[in-house]
Design a protein around this ligand. Sequence first.
Ligand code: SF4
Length: 449
Amino acid sequence: MAGNEAAGAGAGAGPAGKDRSMALQKEMIADHFRRLEAAPETHTPVVYTLVPGNLTELIRSFGALPVLPEINALQSGMRGRSRDYIAEAERAGHSEDVCTYVKCDIGMLKSGNIGPTGTRIPPPDLLLLSYTGCYTFMKWFELLREEYRCPTVFLQIPYQGDGRLAPEHRRYIEDQIRNEVIPALEKATGRAYDEDRLRTSLSLAARAEDDLVSVLQSAKSRPSPIDAYFGAVYYVGPIFSSFRGTEEGAAYYRELRGEVEARRAANEGPPTPSGVLNDQKYRLVFEGPPNWTSFHDFWRMFADEGAVAVASTYTKVGGTYDFGFRHDASDPLGTMADYCGGCYTNLNLPSRIEMLARYVREYEADGFVVHSVKSCNSFSAGQLVILREVEKRTGVPGTFIESDLVDPRYFSPANIKNRVESYLQMLAARRAATGAEGARSAGATEASA
Ligand code: SF4
């Protein structure tokens, strides 16, 4: 997904590059891809899986390395390679309407499967599909199965149609993990399930999740020490990709938290492509995944105008930790069931609306931006309803911007810049009018006193 597709943008050079956490992240990701390339020689099993509902701790407890195709796609987008990969997939018969993450991944595969850091990605020993709300996930892994002809295991996650995971849903997921996923991993890796190892990994995950939440919630400060959409895709990179539940992952989030706390203590804003954003005129909430092919240009359109993101839904596609979920080592299978069920892609429309409205209120946002990507029905379906409903509940106006994830044909810089500037001017005019109205009422109160 959108996921997620999370992010994992960390392998690209970012504006946060001066921070030690960024250097750490780049090294971790480069090392992961080196280990993947060496996997056939080191006989390390490789498991492909998707960001929402990923069972990274479980996969790693079998000594296997995860590969996240969405992360590869978005990084290919950031590195300017997605156009060719998408063209390759379209030549192979995938239509223009197919999710561009899928086409980017298939195009990369057909071009030799060289990953974003320039190393070869080995074929999977197992395809582990956690099905968390997006139908495309299933078709994508079906295509990969056709290509690789390898074992596949399908974890069916019930959709939160009623806005919650019922006890029987939880049991259903747990049973599948116990009776299908674990045996498939045992077969693919030749190792027995080791619950103690898994528990250690889940404890490390919870530690990293605590630190990530602290980082994301720091945006409640003024000025915000982080950009919670563009900047935060770097922050969620390790936890959304291969490092949740690892020592390196936990160390990265401890380091990042320290850096962000230091910025907050110094009343400093976040690094952006336009420099450090101390003068924050607008606090915005974002819905939808970013565009990756013009990521920094898109970010600059907001940063140049003094707009900072204070919260976003996209940074929750790999887990909604800020609403309290933590991996729980005392209940390994149950906690994985809860995690999968609670991913953003598995939430219904009312839950998404409530999440956004809550962000607008709790982070005292001046506005919110719905970024609708052509590729992703999972995100785009219902976004206009979301826009109207969040405006109604919060009294804060939103705006709607359209482009795509990794297909550069759908990013129109002039139109988008125009839309962003007009929206921010409208927020400024609204603020001025509210200020004048406030001053008039204060004057009237004084006069009557
Ligand atoms: S349609 Fe959206 S959620 Fe589904 S795979 Fe594509 S980007 Fe991800």
